[in-house]
Design a protein around this ligand. Structure first.
Ligand code: NAI
Ligand code: MG
Length: 353
């Protein structure tokens, strides 16, 4: 397991956007356990010696109930101005609520955070699988999540928008990320045999961009086979690049190999800023009990440091996460009995030693 965290996985190709004086970090705890794990991540950033100015912003269901919008303009502005944002989780109802839109989806679109990156690596945990080291690069602004849906009484439709421009930039992003991190293979995932026009355009554009990729093997795979292969033989994958919905689903499948939702982090990156978040949601079933696993949020904070060029501190945080996973204490989702606070303190202690 020794080198599992060696890569600065989320090194953004344009991460050298320079922030000359002090970084401003926007914290959005959100709802439920978001409010428990974001303070934990903040404590770890402090312990790692990361000096920043923090601003806190609100978003989510409770914000919606209070203010009639889940993503107030003031929040959007703070995110826009920040060097980076750490987002906890929000609760979004599955039934239709007039006026409610998921703030994370809205943030991605408003700020043109066009790349969603989810790394999955083996961890020294009983149910994680050794030898897995995958980054899923997902187009984050269009596809089936374009938000163009209609409903008649007995019929509903969604419009899947795929553009050459968005396909080109996500493929370019995957290529730059592979190069910056010494990765060897990029798999383009689509369903062009059925979705001939939308997936057809994505496939054609991505393969065209990836023609120029010395030293990196490029292959393609149909999405259903990719899901199967991820379940059967995840070691074969390195970088996966795909459209929005496919990336959402495949990254959840892949994350099962890295120890699950309590550990998975993701980054939403645009040309000007990044929003970093644990993959999990607000976990209403355990919210308020003090037992949420903070490691996904802490891993998101480490990814944020990579993005800001603070790679040594992020490496230290990842090493501390690994130490705690190996030695405990662990929260109940990982088979332990520790609280969020105890686990966070253990990460802080590991960082200082
Ligand atoms: P969830 O991720 O909140 O919870 C799924 C299961 O995993 C639950 O049993 C939960 O207790 C457990 N879990 C999740 N994170 C954990 C952690 N850090 N430590 C220990 N256990 C953890 O997903 P669910 O239940 O489907 O959705 C709950 C709410 O969260 C919904 O309102 C949904 O819309 C929202 N959600 C928000 C996301 C976001 O803000 N990015 C992402 C996914 C869901
Ligand atoms: Mg998802």
């Amino acid at each position: 397991m020794k080198d599992e965290f060696k890569n600065t996985l989320l090194l953004h190709p344009s991460s050298l956007i320079l922030h000359p004086f002090m970084n401003t970090i926007c914290l959005i705890p959100g709802d439920g356990i978001g409010r428990e794990v974001i303070p934990a991540a903040r404590a770890v950033l402090d312990a790692a010696g990361f000096a920043a100015r923090y601003v806190e912003a609100e978003a989510g269901w409770e914000t919606f109930e209070r203010r009639g919008t889940a993503l107030p303009d003031a929040t959007l502005e703070l995110v826009r101005q920040a060097s980076a944002t750490l987002f906890g989780a929000v609760s979004s109802p599955s039934e239709r609520v007039a006026g409610y839109r998921s703030p994370i989806v809205a943030l991605r679109r408003e700020l043109d955070l066009y790349a969603c990156i989810r790394p999955v690596q083996s961890l020294p945990l009983p149910d994680a699988r050794p030898g897995v080291d995958i980054v899923v690069v997902r187009e984050n602004t269009e596809g089936l999540y374009s938000g163009i849906e209609t409903r008649e009484e007995n019929r509903a439709t969604a419009t899947r928008v795929v553009t050459r421009e968005a396909s080109r930039r996500i493929a370019r992003f995957a290529l730059d990320l592979a190069r910056a991190n010494g990765r060897r293979r990029i798999t383009v995932v689509h369903k062009a045999n059925v979705l001939r026009e939308t997936c057809g355009l994505f496939r054609e554009t991505a393969l065209e961009v990836l023609r120029d990729r010395e030293g990196i093997e490029v292959n393609e795979m149909l999405v259903d086979n990719c899901a199967y292969q991820l379940a059967r033989r995840p070691e074969q994958f390195d970088v996966i690049v795909t459209t929005n919905l496919f990336g959402d689903i495949l990254s959840d499948v892949a994350s099962a190999w890295g120890g699950g939702l309590g550990l998975a982090a993701s980054a939403n990156l645009g040309n000007n800023t990044g929003v970093f978040e644990p993959v999990h949601g607000s976990a209403p079933d355990i919210a308020g009990q003090g037992i949420a696993n903070p490691l996904a949020a802490i891993a998101a904070a480490a990814a944020m440091l990579d993005f800001l060029g603070e790679t040594e501190r992020s490496r230290n945080i990842r090493a501390a996460i690994r130490t705690v996973i190996e030695t405990g204490p662990l929260t109940p989702d990982l088979g332990g009995t520790a609280t969020t606070g105890t686990l966070t303190n253990a990460v802080v202690t590991a960082l200082r030693s």
